[in-house]
Design a protein around this ligand. Sequence first.
Ligand code: SF4
Ligand code: SF4
Length: 376
Amino acid sequence: MKKMKRHEFGRTGLRVSRFGLGCMRFPSEEKEAVGIVRRAIEAGVNYLDTAYVYGNSEVVTGKALRDGYRKRVVLATKSPLWSIDAPADFEKYLDEELARLRTDYIDIYLLHNLNPGNWDKVRRLDGFTFLDKMVAKGKILHKGFSLHNTLAAFKEIITAFAWDMTQIQLNILDEYNQVGIEGLRYAAARNVPVVIMEPLRGGFLAAQAPPAVAALTEAFPVRRSLVEWCFRWLYDMPEVSVILSGVSSPAQLEDNLSIFSSEEAHSMTAEERELIRRIQAEFGRQKSVGCTACGYCLPCPSGVDIPEVFKLYNSYQLVKPNPTDVFMYKNTLMPTGAAADRCTNCGKCAELCPQGLATPELLSEAHREFLQARMP
Ligand code: SF4
Ligand code: SF4
Protein backbone atom coordinates (compact mmCIF):
# COMPACT_ATOMS: atom_id res chain seq x y z
CA MET A 1 0.00 0.00 0.00
CA LYS A 2 1.40 3.43 -0.97
CA LYS A 3 2.24 6.00 1.71
CA MET A 4 -0.62 8.41 2.23
CA LYS A 5 0.04 11.85 0.76
CA ARG A 6 -0.34 15.13 2.64
CA HIS A 7 -1.90 18.28 1.19
CA GLU A 8 -1.84 21.94 2.16
CA PHE A 9 -4.94 22.98 4.08
CA GLY A 10 -5.78 26.51 2.90
CA ARG A 11 -3.98 29.25 4.79
CA THR A 12 -3.64 27.26 8.03
CA GLY A 13 -0.12 25.96 7.42
CA LEU A 14 -1.41 22.45 8.20
CA ARG A 15 -0.76 19.51 5.90
CA VAL A 16 -3.48 16.88 5.96
CA SER A 17 -4.31 13.47 4.54
CA ARG A 18 -7.16 13.35 2.01
CA PHE A 19 -8.77 10.59 4.09
CA GLY A 20 -10.14 12.01 7.33
CA LEU A 21 -11.30 9.65 10.04
CA GLY A 22 -14.91 10.42 10.94
CA CYS A 23 -15.36 9.51 14.61
CA MET A 24 -19.18 9.57 14.60
CA ARG A 25 -19.85 5.91 13.85
CA PHE A 26 -17.33 4.09 16.03
CA PRO A 27 -18.09 0.48 17.02
CA SER A 28 -19.60 0.19 20.52
CA GLU A 29 -16.62 -1.82 21.79
CA GLU A 30 -14.19 0.84 23.03
CA LYS A 31 -11.05 -1.23 22.55
CA GLU A 32 -11.96 -1.80 18.92
CA ALA A 33 -12.63 1.93 18.39
CA VAL A 34 -9.26 2.86 19.94
CA GLY A 35 -7.60 0.28 17.68
CA ILE A 36 -9.25 1.80 14.62
CA VAL A 37 -8.01 5.31 15.45
CA ARG A 38 -4.46 4.15 16.10
CA ARG A 39 -4.29 1.92 13.03
CA ALA A 40 -5.53 4.81 10.87
CA ILE A 41 -2.83 7.12 12.28
CA GLU A 42 -0.13 4.49 11.77
CA ALA A 43 -1.28 4.17 8.15
CA GLY A 44 -0.86 7.92 7.55
CA VAL A 45 -4.32 9.36 8.30
CA ASN A 46 -3.78 12.58 10.24
CA TYR A 47 -7.21 14.28 10.20
CA LEU A 48 -9.74 13.28 12.87
CA ASP A 49 -13.26 14.69 13.10
CA THR A 50 -15.53 14.43 16.12
CA ALA A 51 -18.17 16.56 17.88
CA TYR A 52 -19.69 17.19 21.28
CA VAL A 53 -22.96 15.63 20.18
CA TYR A 54 -21.51 12.37 18.78
CA GLY A 55 -22.33 10.30 21.86
CA ASN A 56 -19.11 9.27 23.66
CA SER A 57 -16.96 9.85 20.56
CA GLU A 58 -14.86 12.64 22.11
CA VAL A 59 -14.10 10.53 25.18
CA VAL A 60 -13.08 7.50 23.12
CA THR A 61 -11.06 9.66 20.72
CA GLY A 62 -9.29 11.22 23.72
CA LYS A 63 -8.35 7.77 24.99
CA ALA A 64 -7.12 6.71 21.56
CA LEU A 65 -4.89 9.79 21.35
CA ARG A 66 -2.94 8.99 24.52
CA ASP A 67 0.56 7.47 24.28
CA GLY A 68 1.86 10.10 21.87
CA TYR A 69 -0.83 9.88 19.18
CA ARG A 70 -2.27 13.33 19.92
CA LYS A 71 0.65 15.24 18.44
CA ARG A 72 0.45 13.23 15.21
CA VAL A 73 -3.03 14.43 14.23
CA VAL A 74 -5.05 17.46 13.23
CA LEU A 75 -7.96 17.20 15.64
CA ALA A 76 -11.30 18.78 14.70
CA THR A 77 -14.33 18.99 16.94
CA LYS A 78 -17.48 21.10 17.11
CA SER A 79 -19.38 23.45 19.37
CA PRO A 80 -22.87 22.17 20.29
CA LEU A 81 -24.82 25.22 19.14
CA TRP A 82 -28.09 23.60 20.20
CA SER A 83 -27.05 23.92 23.86
CA ILE A 84 -25.64 27.46 23.76
CA ASP A 85 -27.94 30.03 25.31
CA ALA A 86 -25.51 32.70 26.53
CA PRO A 87 -22.06 33.96 25.40
CA ALA A 88 -20.32 32.22 28.32
CA ASP A 89 -21.73 28.84 27.21
CA PHE A 90 -19.38 28.73 24.21
CA GLU A 91 -16.25 28.50 26.38
CA LYS A 92 -17.93 26.30 28.97
CA TYR A 93 -18.60 23.61 26.34
CA LEU A 94 -15.18 24.06 24.74
CA ASP A 95 -13.52 23.44 28.13
CA GLU A 96 -15.62 20.31 28.57
CA GLU A 97 -14.57 19.09 25.13
CA LEU A 98 -10.88 19.74 25.90
CA ALA A 99 -11.26 17.62 29.04
CA ARG A 100 -13.09 14.84 27.18
CA LEU A 101 -10.41 14.81 24.49
CA ARG A 102 -7.58 14.99 27.08
CA THR A 103 -5.88 17.81 25.24
CA ASP A 104 -4.94 21.48 25.79
CA TYR A 105 -5.94 22.66 22.32
CA ILE A 106 -8.17 21.82 19.38
CA ASP A 107 -6.56 22.22 15.95
CA ILE A 108 -9.85 23.04 14.22
CA TYR A 109 -12.94 24.13 16.12
CA LEU A 110 -16.18 24.26 14.15
CA LEU A 111 -19.52 25.83 14.87
CA HIS A 112 -21.69 22.78 14.32
CA ASN A 113 -24.43 22.67 11.71
CA LEU A 114 -24.94 26.39 11.01
CA ASN A 115 -28.24 27.34 9.43
CA PRO A 116 -30.24 30.54 9.07
CA GLY A 117 -31.90 29.91 12.47
CA ASN A 118 -28.80 29.43 14.64
CA TRP A 119 -26.75 31.83 12.51
CA ASP A 120 -28.76 34.66 14.07
CA LYS A 121 -27.97 33.19 17.50
CA VAL A 122 -24.24 33.05 16.74
CA ARG A 123 -24.28 36.74 15.82
CA ARG A 124 -26.45 37.71 18.78
CA LEU A 125 -24.24 35.84 21.26
CA ASP A 126 -21.06 37.07 19.58
CA GLY A 127 -19.73 33.71 18.50
CA PHE A 128 -17.05 35.37 16.34
CA THR A 129 -15.51 37.16 19.32
CA PHE A 130 -15.54 33.86 21.20
CA LEU A 131 -13.62 32.12 18.38
CA ASP A 132 -11.04 34.91 18.12
CA LYS A 133 -10.56 34.97 21.90
CA MET A 134 -10.03 31.20 22.02
CA VAL A 135 -7.39 31.48 19.28
CA ALA A 136 -5.68 34.21 21.33
CA LYS A 137 -5.79 31.97 24.41
CA GLY A 138 -4.41 29.02 22.43
CA LYS A 139 -7.39 26.78 23.18
CA ILE A 140 -8.14 26.50 19.47
CA LEU A 141 -5.84 27.01 16.50
CA HIS A 142 -8.25 27.42 13.58
CA LYS A 143 -11.92 28.37 13.13
CA GLY A 144 -14.48 26.68 10.95
CA PHE A 145 -18.13 25.77 10.50
CA SER A 146 -20.16 22.86 9.24
CA LEU A 147 -23.43 23.25 7.38
CA HIS A 148 -26.23 21.18 5.90
CA ASN A 149 -28.25 23.89 4.25
CA THR A 150 -28.82 25.87 1.10
CA LEU A 151 -26.18 27.32 -1.17
CA ALA A 152 -27.51 30.82 -0.41
CA ALA A 153 -27.10 30.30 3.35
CA PHE A 154 -23.62 28.89 2.78
CA LYS A 155 -22.52 31.88 0.71
CA GLU A 156 -23.84 34.32 3.30
CA ILE A 157 -22.06 32.56 6.17
CA ILE A 158 -18.75 31.89 4.47
CA THR A 159 -18.32 35.52 3.45
CA ALA A 160 -19.27 36.94 6.87
CA PHE A 161 -16.15 35.91 8.81
CA ALA A 162 -12.48 34.95 8.32
CA TRP A 163 -13.07 31.19 8.44
CA ASP A 164 -10.09 28.87 8.15
CA MET A 165 -12.14 25.95 6.79
CA THR A 166 -15.65 24.66 6.18
CA GLN A 167 -17.34 21.26 6.22
CA ILE A 168 -20.16 20.37 3.82
CA GLN A 169 -22.11 17.31 2.67
CA LEU A 170 -21.20 16.07 -0.79
CA ASN A 171 -21.58 12.75 -2.60
CA ILE A 172 -22.67 11.54 -6.02
CA LEU A 173 -26.34 12.06 -5.09
CA ASP A 174 -25.86 15.58 -3.71
CA GLU A 175 -23.97 17.14 -6.61
CA TYR A 176 -26.70 19.77 -6.96
CA ASN A 177 -28.28 19.39 -3.53
CA GLN A 178 -27.57 21.51 -0.39
CA VAL A 179 -24.27 23.37 -0.99
CA GLY A 180 -23.25 21.05 -3.82
CA ILE A 181 -20.40 21.43 -6.29
CA GLU A 182 -21.08 25.13 -6.73
CA GLY A 183 -20.54 25.77 -3.01
CA LEU A 184 -17.41 23.62 -3.02
CA ARG A 185 -15.93 25.76 -5.79
CA TYR A 186 -17.13 28.98 -4.14
CA ALA A 187 -15.19 28.11 -0.97
CA ALA A 188 -12.11 26.85 -2.77
CA ALA A 189 -11.94 30.06 -4.84
CA ARG A 190 -11.64 31.93 -1.50
CA ASN A 191 -8.89 29.58 -0.36
CA VAL A 192 -11.16 28.18 2.36
CA PRO A 193 -10.43 24.45 2.46
CA VAL A 194 -13.44 22.16 2.28
CA VAL A 195 -13.89 18.99 4.32
CA ILE A 196 -16.49 16.62 2.92
CA MET A 197 -18.94 14.77 5.15
CA GLU A 198 -21.47 12.09 4.20
CA PRO A 199 -19.48 10.86 1.15
CA LEU A 200 -21.74 7.77 1.16
CA ARG A 201 -24.85 9.52 2.53
CA GLY A 202 -24.49 7.83 5.90
CA GLY A 203 -23.87 4.45 4.28
CA PHE A 204 -27.06 4.63 2.22
CA LEU A 205 -25.19 4.69 -1.09
CA ALA A 206 -23.40 1.45 -0.40
CA ALA A 207 -26.05 -0.42 1.56
CA GLN A 208 -29.14 0.45 -0.44
CA ALA A 209 -28.04 0.73 -4.04
CA PRO A 210 -30.57 -0.61 -6.55
CA PRO A 211 -29.58 -3.86 -8.34
CA ALA A 212 -29.15 -1.90 -11.58
CA VAL A 213 -26.25 -0.01 -10.00
CA ALA A 214 -24.49 -3.25 -9.10
CA ALA A 215 -24.99 -4.37 -12.71
CA LEU A 216 -23.31 -1.19 -13.95
CA THR A 217 -20.26 -1.49 -11.70
CA GLU A 218 -19.90 -5.19 -12.45
CA ALA A 219 -20.04 -4.62 -16.22
CA PHE A 220 -17.41 -1.87 -16.16
CA PRO A 221 -13.97 -3.01 -17.43
CA VAL A 222 -12.25 -1.92 -14.19
CA ARG A 223 -13.87 -3.72 -11.24
CA ARG A 224 -14.30 -1.45 -8.23
CA SER A 225 -16.87 -1.36 -5.47
CA LEU A 226 -19.52 1.35 -5.44
CA VAL A 227 -17.87 2.70 -2.28
CA GLU A 228 -14.62 3.12 -4.18
CA TRP A 229 -16.35 4.88 -7.08
CA CYS A 230 -17.99 7.28 -4.62
CA PHE A 231 -14.67 8.17 -3.00
CA ARG A 232 -12.90 8.42 -6.34
CA TRP A 233 -15.52 10.84 -7.65
CA LEU A 234 -14.76 13.07 -4.66
CA TYR A 235 -10.99 12.93 -4.64
CA ASP A 236 -10.90 13.53 -8.38
CA MET A 237 -11.87 17.13 -7.54
CA PRO A 238 -8.85 19.22 -6.48
CA GLU A 239 -11.15 21.56 -4.51
CA VAL A 240 -11.87 18.74 -2.04
CA SER A 241 -9.36 18.94 0.82
CA VAL A 242 -10.40 16.11 3.16
CA ILE A 243 -13.04 13.39 2.82
CA LEU A 244 -14.41 12.08 6.09
CA SER A 245 -15.29 8.44 6.32
CA GLY A 246 -17.21 7.36 9.41
CA VAL A 247 -15.46 4.07 10.02
CA SER A 248 -17.31 1.44 12.09
CA SER A 249 -15.05 -1.62 11.82
CA PRO A 250 -11.41 -2.58 11.25
CA ALA A 251 -12.33 -4.19 7.91
CA GLN A 252 -13.98 -1.00 6.72
CA LEU A 253 -10.90 0.97 7.72
CA GLU A 254 -8.62 -1.33 5.72
CA ASP A 255 -10.91 -1.00 2.70
CA ASN A 256 -10.86 2.81 3.00
CA LEU A 257 -7.07 2.87 3.41
CA SER A 258 -6.69 0.82 0.27
CA ILE A 259 -9.04 3.09 -1.69
CA PHE A 260 -7.25 6.26 -0.55
CA SER A 261 -3.76 4.88 -1.16
CA SER A 262 -4.18 5.83 -4.83
CA GLU A 263 -6.01 9.10 -4.26
CA GLU A 264 -5.28 11.68 -6.91
CA ALA A 265 -7.13 14.67 -8.33
CA HIS A 266 -7.98 14.72 -12.07
CA SER A 267 -7.51 10.98 -12.30
CA MET A 268 -10.91 9.91 -13.68
CA THR A 269 -11.26 9.04 -17.35
CA ALA A 270 -14.20 10.13 -19.54
CA GLU A 271 -15.55 6.55 -19.38
CA GLU A 272 -15.40 6.58 -15.60
CA ARG A 273 -17.26 9.88 -15.44
CA GLU A 274 -19.91 8.43 -17.72
CA LEU A 275 -20.25 5.45 -15.36
CA ILE A 276 -20.88 7.85 -12.46
CA ARG A 277 -23.52 9.66 -14.51
CA ARG A 278 -25.28 6.38 -15.20
CA ILE A 279 -25.11 5.38 -11.52
CA GLN A 280 -26.62 8.75 -10.59
CA ALA A 281 -29.41 8.18 -13.11
CA GLU A 282 -30.21 4.76 -11.63
CA PHE A 283 -30.44 6.21 -8.13
CA GLY A 284 -32.62 8.98 -9.56
CA ARG A 285 -35.16 6.38 -10.68
CA GLN A 286 -35.34 5.03 -7.14
CA LYS A 287 -37.98 6.06 -4.67
CA SER A 288 -36.18 6.61 -1.39
CA VAL A 289 -35.90 8.87 1.64
CA GLY A 290 -32.57 10.69 1.89
CA CYS A 291 -32.04 9.87 5.57
CA THR A 292 -28.37 9.55 6.58
CA ALA A 293 -29.19 7.92 9.95
CA CYS A 294 -27.39 10.77 11.74
CA GLY A 295 -29.84 10.54 14.65
CA TYR A 296 -30.12 14.32 15.17
CA CYS A 297 -33.91 13.96 15.25
CA LEU A 298 -33.76 11.53 18.18
CA PRO A 299 -35.13 10.94 20.69
CA CYS A 300 -38.63 11.35 19.34
CA PRO A 301 -40.93 12.23 22.28
CA SER A 302 -43.30 9.50 21.12
CA GLY A 303 -40.61 6.86 20.77
CA VAL A 304 -40.58 6.56 16.97
CA ASP A 305 -37.25 5.16 15.74
CA ILE A 306 -37.20 7.54 12.79
CA PRO A 307 -33.98 6.42 11.04
CA GLU A 308 -34.91 2.75 11.44
CA VAL A 309 -38.31 3.32 9.82
CA PHE A 310 -36.62 5.06 6.87
CA LYS A 311 -33.95 2.38 6.60
CA LEU A 312 -36.59 -0.32 6.32
CA TYR A 313 -38.65 1.79 3.95
CA ASN A 314 -35.70 2.41 1.60
CA SER A 315 -34.76 -1.22 1.67
CA TYR A 316 -38.37 -2.14 0.89
CA GLN A 317 -38.39 0.19 -2.12
CA LEU A 318 -35.37 -1.56 -3.61
CA VAL A 319 -36.90 -4.96 -4.01
CA LYS A 320 -40.66 -4.75 -3.76
CA PRO A 321 -42.26 -6.72 -2.37
CA ASN A 322 -39.56 -7.51 0.18
CA PRO A 323 -41.27 -9.55 2.91
CA THR A 324 -38.36 -9.20 5.34
CA ASP A 325 -38.75 -5.43 5.60
CA VAL A 326 -42.51 -5.67 5.95
CA PHE A 327 -42.11 -8.36 8.59
CA MET A 328 -39.57 -6.29 10.53
CA TYR A 329 -41.82 -3.26 10.45
CA LYS A 330 -44.99 -5.04 11.50
CA ASN A 331 -43.51 -7.52 13.96
CA THR A 332 -40.57 -5.66 15.46
CA LEU A 333 -41.06 -1.92 15.22
CA MET A 334 -44.84 -1.79 15.68
CA PRO A 335 -45.09 -4.01 18.80
CA THR A 336 -42.25 -2.11 20.48
CA GLY A 337 -43.80 1.30 19.87
CA ALA A 338 -41.00 2.41 17.54
CA ALA A 339 -43.04 2.48 14.32
CA ALA A 340 -44.50 5.52 12.59
CA ASP A 341 -48.05 4.92 13.91
CA ARG A 342 -46.91 6.49 17.23
CA CYS A 343 -46.10 9.81 15.53
CA THR A 344 -48.21 12.69 16.89
CA ASN A 345 -47.02 15.04 14.16
CA CYS A 346 -45.35 17.39 16.66
CA GLY A 347 -42.83 18.44 14.01
CA LYS A 348 -39.77 18.38 16.29
CA CYS A 349 -37.88 15.92 14.08
CA ALA A 350 -38.39 17.99 10.91
CA GLU A 351 -36.92 21.05 12.65
CA LEU A 352 -33.78 19.11 13.62
CA CYS A 353 -33.19 17.20 10.39
CA PRO A 354 -30.06 18.53 8.63
CA GLN A 355 -31.26 16.93 5.40
CA GLY A 356 -34.39 19.09 5.42
CA LEU A 357 -36.67 16.06 5.26
CA ALA A 358 -40.40 16.48 5.82
CA THR A 359 -40.13 13.65 8.33
CA PRO A 360 -43.71 13.44 9.71
CA GLU A 361 -45.19 13.26 6.20
CA LEU A 362 -42.59 10.72 5.07
CA LEU A 363 -43.19 8.60 8.16
CA SER A 364 -46.89 8.63 7.50
CA GLU A 365 -46.32 7.57 3.88
CA ALA A 366 -43.95 4.79 4.96
CA HIS A 367 -46.46 3.51 7.50
CA ARG A 368 -49.29 3.51 4.96
CA GLU A 369 -47.20 1.54 2.45
CA PHE A 370 -46.06 -1.01 5.02
CA LEU A 371 -49.64 -1.59 6.17
CA GLN A 372 -50.82 -2.08 2.61
CA ALA A 373 -47.94 -4.45 1.78
CA ARG A 374 -48.80 -8.10 1.78
CA MET A 375 -46.64 -10.66 3.51
CA PRO A 376 -46.48 -14.17 2.08
S1 SF4 B 1 -43.23 14.52 14.32
FE1 SF4 B 1 -43.65 12.40 14.96
S2 SF4 B 1 -41.75 11.32 14.64
FE2 SF4 B 1 -41.27 13.49 14.61
S3 SF4 B 1 -40.64 13.94 16.71
FE3 SF4 B 1 -42.83 14.39 16.56
S4 SF4 B 1 -43.87 12.51 17.19
FE4 SF4 B 1 -41.71 11.98 16.76
S1 SF4 C 1 -34.51 11.83 9.57
FE1 SF4 C 1 -32.98 13.47 9.31
S2 SF4 C 1 -32.25 13.90 11.40
FE2 SF4 C 1 -33.33 11.94 11.48
S3 SF4 C 1 -31.72 10.42 11.24
FE3 SF4 C 1 -32.55 10.83 9.19
S4 SF4 C 1 -31.24 12.44 8.34
FE4 SF4 C 1 -30.85 12.38 10.54
